[in-house]
Design a protein around this ligand. Structure first.
Ligand SMILES: Nc1nc2c(c(=O)[nH]1)N[C@H]1C(S)=C(S)[C@@H](COP(=O)(O)OP(=O)(O)OC[C@H]3O[C@@H](n4cnc5c(N)ncnc54)[C@H](O)[C@@H]3O)O[C@H]1N2
Ligand code: MOO
Length: 413
């Protein structure tokens, strides 16, 4: 007699398989804008940027001191001080044999000079300067194009303009920059039990935290958010807003209603008005995550449990948004750390447990659980600084075992 295993969960898609499938079904928006550099933070470069100039464009000093010709130096003999070169006020003459020029950091190296000696290493008497110690030709001189050469590709298309990239673009003197049009995302929460902060809770109600958290993550990514608020568990209302999102947004993110409960309408409505790419993944938390399209609008259905919503946003929605925005995302660096305590894990789903990783006295990395691993306990998630990547088929992690993890602090969440 065949035994029916009613507790197994067939058909769950492995994480990487689902993620790659999703990315293959998404295309970058084509529209671009030319915007002032000052407004470019968090935008995505639409084209590669080449340097219009050499940076720096002239040889200059890396130190406050004296510019001189290294070959002139003879132990005990001084150099005649013939002028000063300040940043923005170059010395107009030439440094001849036996001469030197007072120079400040960033000031142009005068003609004839080839080296700079720090003022701490010089003695000066009546306009005669005595450098002490050995001097290497070229020391403390920053050469033209040492940083970037004219015509050199500085950033590829798809680069996100963070503060560091912005600073380099400014150093090129660029006034305007060609970027992809920022994404517009519609966002809504579903659930009769949800209330906005400030409202009174009736018995059985909770506050909507997912939409607030997801909106914050989207805003940190430079995405324009159309916040549709909280929708009751009403298929008609949900349908209406799905169609509205398809008209107004590049993508729609929903929270809740993707599981199998009696009031879980999200997936049902998606099937009616759009198409499902996949639903249900072999991941924990976040199993009921749904992906699809409503017309050209991409659809991401986050599970209602707050930890599941945040973790699936990071694992699936973040890379999808990068694809839509035309952003090149570097592969996530994965680290190995020693488990400082046992972690419970059942085979069957890849488990992204929330951890706190720290450097141990011997210099190695050690990781402990960030409190409860329930996908309903968000306060523990807020304490975490890493996500463990525990492979789908493995079981418990013993204390002392090496585990793989990614850092999540300092990102957009
Ligand atoms: N019989 C089964 N039940 C459940 C399964 C399953 O496979 N079979 N999956 C479980 C998993 S895993 C998850 S995750 C949840 C996801 O359910 P839904 O996406 O349908 O979410 P809801 O039922 O609407 O809510 C779940 C939970 O989260 C709270 N919630 C919902 N929205 C918010 C919000 N915006 N902010 C804060 N908290 C929210 C809600 O009150 C519920 O407690 O399903 C399991 N069940
Ligand atoms: O997978 Mo659910 O997201 O565990 O809570």
């Amino acid at each position: 007699m065949a035994i029916i295993d009613c507790c197994s969960q067939p058909g769950l898609r492995p994480y990487l398989d689902a993620k790659n499938d999703m990315l293959s079904r998404l295309e970058a928006i084509a529209a671009t804008d030319i915007i002032p550099l000052e407004q470019a933070l968090n935008h995505i470069l639409a084209e590669a940027v080449s340097s219009p100039i050499d940076v720096p464009s002239f040889a200059n000093s890396a130190m406050d001191g004296y510019a001189l010709r290294a070959e002139d130096l003879v132990e005990g003999q001084g150099l005649q001080l013939v002028g000063t070169s300040l940043a923005g006020h170059p010395f107009g003459g030439r440094v001849g044999p036996g001469e030197c020029v007072r120079i400040m950091t960033g000031a142009a190296l005068p003609l004839g000079a080839d080296s700079v000696v720090m003022q701490e290493n010089c003695r000066s008497e009546h306009n005669v300067v005595y450098p002490c110690g050995p001097v290497k030709t070229g020391q403390h001189v920053r050469l033209p194009a040492e940083d970037l050469a004219q015509g050199e590709v500085v950033f590829d298309a798809g680069t996100r303009i963070n503060a560091r990239v912005l600073s380099v673009l400014a150093s090129l003197g660029l006034e305007q920059i060609c970027v992809r049009r920022p994404l517009t995302l519609a966002l809504l929460s579903t659930g009769d039990e949800l209330k906005n902060p400030g409202e009174l809770l009736a018995p059985g109600d909770i506050y909507d935290s997912n939409r607030i958290g997801v909106r914050a993550m989207l805003e940190r990514l430079g995405i324009r958010v159309l916040d549709y608020g909280i929708l009751a568990d009403d298929p008609e209302l949900i349908r209406e807003h799905f169609l509205k999102a398809a008209r107004e947004a590049d993508a729609l993110i929903t929270s809740g209603g993707v599981s199998v409960g009696d009031a879980d309408y999200t997936k049902q409505v998606l099937e009616e008005v759009g198409r499902i790419g996949f639903w249900k993944l072999a991941i924990k938390p976040g199993k009921p995550f749904a992906f699809g399209h409503i017309g050209n609008c991409a659809f991401f259905g986050l599970p209602g449990n707050p930890v599941s919503a945040a973790v699936t946003f990071h694992l699936l929605v973040r890379p999808a948004l990068a694809r839509l925005a035309g952003e090149r995302l570097a592969p996530t660096p994965l680290l190995q750390a020693r488990a400082l305590m046992p972690f419970r894990k059942s085979p069957g789903r890849m488990d992204f447990q929330r951890g706190i990783v720290s450097t141990q006295p011997d210099g190695s990395l050690g990781v402990v659980a960030a409190g409860s691993q329930s996908s309903a306990v968000y306060s523990a998630m807020a304490e975490a600084n890493c996500l463990l990547h525990l492979e789908q088929d493995r079981g418990n992690v013993a204390e002392g075992e090496l585990v793989t993890l990614e850092l999540i602090d300092g990102l957009y969440w």
